[in-house]
Design a protein around this ligand. Structure first.
Ligand code: KG4
Ligand code: ZN
Length: 338
């Protein structure tokens, strides 16, 4: 029981997440989402998210502490997402973390949202090997990251040059009239569809293209055009087939590049995180391709892939365990943290 006990706060987007962990053991994961408040706008409205965080912050912290059955006074530290994310939303979490840490006389740890998405896997599969190779796919990011040290050294090998993978899912879902957030809806629809029905383009996979960068905006446009052409001709849009073929194109590119990155860097395991890692086809294809390449695949369960507080607590606990210096009291909420 001398593993660090840490509370983590996540408010970078539309989920108010508070988690409590002891080392790599998950004790509590409380989430209040404002996703329903944004649905009718077809995307996250920053001002609505900030206000929702403000209302949910203290009750969610109290719920997490109760769930974990620990007293706030026993915590070894308070971790919080310092960025990247929506500025106003981040500010609510950072302010709350400072207030609790100061009042309780505990060290404060500002952490990177992306590094947290990687570190959360420790709660499910134990300590991550180092260096860790990670494919992070969410509504805001699509990156291949190599982490020699998850607390201090996370290096980007490549990233999207336009839309994030999750953003593409959300936009294509809108074209198909499937609502927001689009990822889960497309995942569901695609189960009844043929992934080879329509040959959608695979962006940036040519021999001269950057090997680890991604591009999904051409794919999104190709889907929109295909659907429009069908509608203009008075034909039915086979929603399940379009969803399955689109999903196949995204997952094909993601897994192909991730496996290649592992091979080139000599890393024998791959971690996949972020909201899109909840996608069932991505999980299945990654499993197949990693097995064929002799790579061990680590994907946390869907609830830990989407934004949550436990991932922040997990990275905070790792900071405490490795004696990393706490953040200063003037820790900024940095919306464009790299
Ligand atoms: O990591 P996350 O919760 O928030 C960000 O930091 O962006 O990711 C949210 C994204 C959304 O774009 C959502 O559509 C996508 O993850 N997503 C999925 C699935 N579940 C969530 N995309 C594809 N398949 C899913 N099952
Ligand atoms: Zn995220």
């Amino acid at each position: 029981a001398d593993e660090p006990l840490v509370l983590g706060i996540e408010t970078s987007c539309d989920e108010t997440g508070v988690g409590v962990v002891r080392g790599t053991t998950l004790l509590a994961d409380a989430v209040a989402s404002s996703v329903d408040d944004h649905a009718r706008y077809g995307g996250v409205v920053p001002e609505i998210a900030s206000r929702a965080h403000l209302e949910a912050m203290v009750p969610t912290i109290e719920r997490a502490l109760a769930q974990a059955g620990v007293a706030a006074g026993d915590l070894d530290g308070i971790a919080v997402t310092a960025g990247p994310g929506l500025a106003g939303a981040l500010l609510v979490g950072v302010s709350a973390a400072k207030a609790y840490a100061y009042a309780l006389d505990k060290p404060l740890y500002g952490v990177n949202h992306l590094a947290s998405h990687i570190c959360v896997d420790q709660l499910e599969h134990g300590r991550l090997p180092e260096p860790t190779m990670a494919l992070l796919v969410s509504g805001g990011h699509s990156s291949l990251l190599l982490a020699p040290d998850i607390t201090t050294d996370v290096r980007p090998l490549g990233a999207t040059i336009d839309d994030a993978a999750g953003e593409a899912f959300d936009k294509v879902a809108r074209v198909l009239g499937l609502g927001f957030p689009g990822g889960p809806a497309i995942d569901r629809e695609a189960r009844a569809g043929d992934p080879n029905a329509i040959a959608f383009p695979r962006g940036l996979t040519g021999p001269r293209d950057a090997p680890f960068d991604f591009s999904f905006s051409g794919l999104k446009t190709a889907v929109a055009r295909w659907v429009e052409t069908q509608r203009r001709a008075g034909l039915d849009v086979p929603v399940a087939d379009v969803a399955a073929s689109f999903q196949e194109a995204v997952t094909d590119v993601l897994t192909r590049k991730a496996v290649r990155a592992c091979r080139e860097q000599g890393v024998d395991h791959l971690m996949i995180g972020g909201g899109v890692a909840a996608n069932s086809r991505l999980r299945a294809m990654a499993e197949e391709r990693c097995a064929a390449a002799g790579i061990t695949l680590r994907v946390p369960r869907p609830g830990l892939c989407t934004d949550n507080g436990a991932m922040v607590a997990a990275l905070g606990a790792e900071m405490v365990a490795r004696n990393r210096p706490p953040s200063a009291w003037d820790l900024p909420a940095d919306s464009s943290l790299p």
